[in-house]
Structures are given as C-alpha cells and as structure tokens.
Design a protein around this ligand. Structure first.
Ligand code: NAD
Ligand code: GLY
Length: 364
C-alpha cells in the first residue's frame, strides 16, 4: 500500500493506492468515523464489488446502507442525484453519515455533490474503480452533475476525506473504458511532465496489457501531479485550469453528441489533438510535437479526430457549445494550450483560427 497526500490545510487527505483492499486492516484505521454509512454505486459496479465493500465496511460502522444508481453519463443528472438524497432521508442518516463513492467518475462526481449538499455537508470517501477515476476524478474535490446545455455545469468544490485506489478493480474494466482513462493519463505529459510522457511512449503496450506494476506507477504519478496542482490552486483561480487540457473541445463533443455517446476520455483525447493543433497554429509548438501527441493517443486506442456535430456549420456548433465552458469569460472562450512541451497556458484564440482547427480535425 502506498500513500500520497493532498495538502489543503484542514481539508487535507490521503490517497491510498494498493493492489487490493485485503490490506483493509491498515486501511480501517483511517476510515472516517460515523455510525451510518451509505455506499453509493451503480448497477454495473454493484454486481462486481458492492458485497465485498459492504463486508469490509461492516466492522467499522453500525449500519451500512447501499444505493444503486443507474449506470451511465446520461444519468449524471438531478433525477439520479435525488436517489442519493432519497436513500439518506429514508434511512434517517444524520450529519455524521459517511458516503462512499464506489465506482467511476460519474458515481464519484455525483456522490461528492450529494455529500456537499446533504445537511450542508457530510464526509465522503472516494473508492474509484475506473482508471480515469483513479488518475483524475477522485482527487481534487470537483463534484458535479451535467445540464442538458452544458457538461458538469452544476456542482461544488468539496474534498473527500480519503481516496482509496484498489488497483485490482481495474481487472474487470472493459477495454474501451481503460483507453478512456488513458486520455487523462496522457494529458499530464504535455501540461506538466514530458519525462512521464516519454515513459508512457515506452510503456504503452504494458499499460494496455494491464501489467500490475506499470499501472501502479501510472496511478501514482498521475495522482502526484494532480495533488501538486490542486494543492496550489484548489478552486481553479489559475493554475488548476491546465488540468482541463483537451476538455474545452471534449466537453463540446460530449454535449453535442448527447451524454454517453462519446466517453469523456474519448472526447478529451480528440480534444487534446485539437488544442495541440490550435497551439501549433498560434506558433507555440511545432508540428513534430502535435504528431507525437497524436501517435500516443492513437496507441492508447483513442480517437484523434472529433466527430461532426452539425453537417451545415460544424465549427459554429462546436463554438456554441464551447461558450458554455466554465473557463469562458464574458462569452470569450479560453483554451488550455501547450506553450512548449510540458508547459500549459490558458488564453483566448481568434474564432477564425478555432474554426480552421475544427474543420481540419473533425470527420464523420
Ligand atoms: P464512468 O463512471 O461512467 O465509468 C465507466 C464505465 O465503467 C461505467 O459503465 C461503469 O459502470 C463501469 N465501471 C466502473 N468501474 C468498473 C470496474 N472496475 N469494472 C467494470 N466496469 C466498471 O466513467 P469514468 O470514465 O470513470 O468517469 C467519467 C466521468 O468523470 C465524467 O462524468 C467526467 O465528467 C468525470 N470527471 C470528473 C473529474 C473531476 O475532477 N471531478 C475529472 C475527470 C472526469
Ligand atoms: N479534472 C480537472 C480538475 O480536476 O481540475
């Protein structure tokens, strides 16, 4: 078991990374205290891991309740969020009830948001079971649901008390979901650590073959980078925005296609190529860098071109969605761009240039 820390004064917490929860005896000493606990999961993950988790938690809490949400990004909405509140109230849960988010980023984001809201805040623990959630979404306290007009637009910053990454859960992850998680892994290279990017180029086959030690390093290195960034800028007043590399285009793809059609990581993958290409057209990186990024994304089993959202005015359609992005200011879209390999900047770009990039980077 390895432990990293997210340092945020009185909101600091640990990320525990292990090959299985059989180390639970050690872990148990660190679980937040409470009488009741509610495990929030979805129908897919419940079938695989709910019994095991409830059994692990049973010695620590008097009551272990479970709520099972419908699976999928399309259910990351008010209606599904309300199922968590229904369960909390039905079971008479109090302020000290501990919520456990057992699942991928969708369950994690919704559980965190519910924890932020219920009785104005109850403790919660992230137990991420996808690669994407282990390397990104479970760390840093961003919680949200989607709105039909914009991805993750309703939410709160609310930190977990603990993050438990059980690497053995990745054994059951479908291939497409593993690849989706790799988009968020790859992003850490161009924005912060090109040595890690080069390591990924060398290790991509081992990563996709789910070699245990290789995956353990991936999760650890990504969490280290994320913890460092979040520790400096918890509420995204500046630096933290770099973690959204590829997300401005990616969110437009997810919203434009309908939630769940393209996976979050797939949208980010194509979005990173578009953001890199925009950086190149602004003179910030050369063509060789864009080609290198595109090649690694392709080797991860991810799309490198965006979909056509509207045959008549595709670029206009993307721009319309991107204006709803949280980084936009006074209607002006701000992009995370690569200002030389390993360094990101956040800035606006002329609409005409963005249109050129979209036209060059999308196809049916
Ligand atoms: P997800 O939560 O939808 O999980 C992907 C699929 O894998 C689901 O069908 C799920 O049921 C299944 N699954 C989960 N664990 C499994 C396992 N161990 N074995 C088999 N199947 C398993 O998607 P995701 O990629 O984990 O997360 C994407 C979400 O995360 C998006 O909504 C995105 O906006 C959000 N996100 C949030 C942050 C943040 O900082 N809060 C960062 C990145 C992404
Ligand atoms: N995934 C982006 C962030 O946590 O800021």
């Amino acid at each position: 078991m390895e432990t990293l820390s997210v340092c945020l004064e009185d909101r600091s917490y640990d990320i525990v990374i292990g090959h299985s929860v059989s180390d639970m005896e050690l872990l148990r000493q660190r679980l937040p205290d409470g009488v009741d606990t509610l495990v929030v999961t979805n129908d897919t993950v419940a079938a695989l891991y709910a019994n095991r988790w409830c059994a692990e938690l049973a010695p620590h809490y008097q009551k272990v309740h479970v709520v099972i949400l419908p699976d999928g990004e399309a259910h990351k909405d008010w209606q599904t969020l309300n199922l968590i509140f229904d369960a909390l109230l039905t079971h008479g849960c109090d302020r000290k009830t501990v919520l456990y988010a057992l699942g991928g980023g969708v369950v994690g984001d919704m559980t965190g948001f519910a924890a932020a809201c219920y009785m104005r805040g109850v403790p919660f623990v992230q137990v991420p079971t996808t690669l994407l959630a282990q390397v990104d979404s479970s760390v840093g306290g961003k919680t949200a649901i989607n709105h039909p007009l914009g991805k993750n637009m309703i939410g709160a910053f609310y930190q977990p008390k603990l993050v438990i990454c059980d690497l053995s859960t990745l054994d059951t992850l479908p291939e497409r979901e593993l690849s989706a998680g790799l988009a968020e892994v790859i992003k850490y290279g161009p924005i912060a650590d090109m040595a890690f990017f080069a390591w990924l180029e060398a290790q991509m086959d081992a990563v996709r073959a789910r070699d245990k030690e290789t995956l353990a390093y991936v999760v650890r290195r990504c969490c280290e980078i994320k913890a460092e960034v979040v520790g400096q800028d918890e509420r995204e007043s500046g630096l933290r925005a770099i973690l959204n590399f590829g997300h401005t285009f990616g969110h437009a793809i997810e919203t434009g296609m309908g939630y769940g059609v393209w996976l979050h990581g797939e949208g980010v993958a194509a979005g990173m190529v578009m953001a890199a290409e925009l950086s190149r057209r602004l003179g910030l990186v050369d063509a060789a860098f864009v080609a290198r990024l595109r090649a690694l994304i392709e080797r991860a089993g991810l799309p490198t071109r965006g979909p056509v959202l509207d045959a008549r005015d595709n670029a206009g359609h993307y721009l319309e969605h991107m204006r709803v992005d949280k980084k936009a200011e006074a209607g002006e879209i701000r992009f995370v761009l690569i200002d030389g390999p390993g360094r990101a900047v956040v800035r606006a770009a002329p609409d005409a240039l963005v249109r050129e990039v979209i036209d060059a980077c999308c196809s049916d």
